[in-house]
Design a protein around this ligand. Structure first.
Ligand code: HH2
Length: 287
């Protein structure tokens, strides 16, 4: 499917956001029964499309569609079941005009989504989960999010350890950028992500948020996904993920101040508003 000129312009804005400083918001759409904060809410295709429409109206530049939960302890969902979940709604979501990303580690699922008009592969395994993923991205000329994860979702929160979490995550992402380039995906089409909550304790998540500028030095746009995650509950005592919006906004703003520009969130409107104000204050502080 050919990209519309509006989506191509959005994609250029997204990939160049680390240079322009423009904040980009990626709205989360989980077409799953078991996601940690919204599982089951959008399994019905009509509800999913309606939620995507709301997120686009609220200012989302990207809609990230996922059909497999990666919460700690989650079970893998076979590729054909992921395709079955997204097939009835993907084209309609693409027609809303935002860029669409597919959150999967399976090349078969990514290919089905690209065929329906998705433009970005969001791979939490950074191309390690399926050897066909990076070659597919190269052949289709699409953009790729490369995320850091220690281990697999099933056991990743069992005693994760690092000597220097920031250096190790940065080193890993540098290597995955090289692997993507070796497979034929230009660096300029890649986005990196420290993988908040993926094999990390509270102190690891906080170090990565505090030093996200070390990832910006890799020379590509940096995405962060703190939305509603457990570290916010650990800091604040809020057990109910949908009630973690204040913490989500604080984490996004702290990362924006340090050079990250793409924010994967469930609550698009409030985060767009917060980033708009933060960006205006930053501009006003320049001579
Ligand atoms: N977090 C989740 C899923 N996909 N992708 C990227 N690039 N970065 C993230 O931090 C990230 C991600 C987990 O959040 P969610 O989709 O809300 O939950 P679940 O995995 O349970 O569906």
């Amino acid at each position: 499917m050919l990209e519309s000129s509006t989506v191509s312009a959005t994609l250029n804005d997204i990939l160049g956001s680390h240079r322009s400083g423009r904040a980009i918001v990626m709205g989360v759409l989980n077409v799953t029964p078991d996601s940690f904060s919204d599982g089951g809410s959008f399994l019905d295709p009509a509800a999913a499309v309606e939620q995507a429409r709301r997120m686009v109206s609220a200012g989302a530049d990207i809609i990230d569609v996922g059909a497999e939960s990666t919460r700690p302890g989650s079970q893998r969902v076979p590729p054909d079941e992921q395709v079955r979940r997204i097939a009835p709604l993907l084209r309609e979501i693409v027609s809303l005009g935002a860029a669409v990303s597919i959150d999967t580690t399976s090349a078969a699922v990514a290919e089905a989504a690209l065929d329906a008009g998705a433009a970005i592969i969001n791979d939490v395994s950074a191309g390690r989960g399926d050897p066909a993923m990076l070659p597919l991205a190269a052949a289709r000329g699409c953009r790729v999010v490369l995320m850091h994860m220690l281990g697999e979702p099933k056991g990743m929160q069992v005693d994760p350890r690092y000597d220097d979490v920031v250096a190790e995550v940065r080193g890993f992402l540098g290597e995955r950028l090289e692997a993507a380039e070796a497979a034929g995906v230009p660096r300029a089409k890649c986005i990196v992500d420290p993988g908040i909550g993926f094999g990390k304790r509270l102190e690891h998540n906080l170090s990565l948020l505090a030093h996200v500028d070390a990832l910006v030095e890799l020379g590509v746009a940096v995405l962060v996904g703190p939305s509603r995650k457990r570290f916010i509950g650990e800091l604040t005592g809020e057990d109910d993920p949908p009630r973690r919006l204040g913490g989500t906004i604080a984490a996004c703003l702290a990362c924006f101040a340090r050079g990250a520009t793409i924010f994967r969130v469930h609550d698009v409107g409030p985060v767009v508003q917060a980033l708009t104000v933060a960006a205006a204050v930053t501009r006003a502080s320049r001579p």
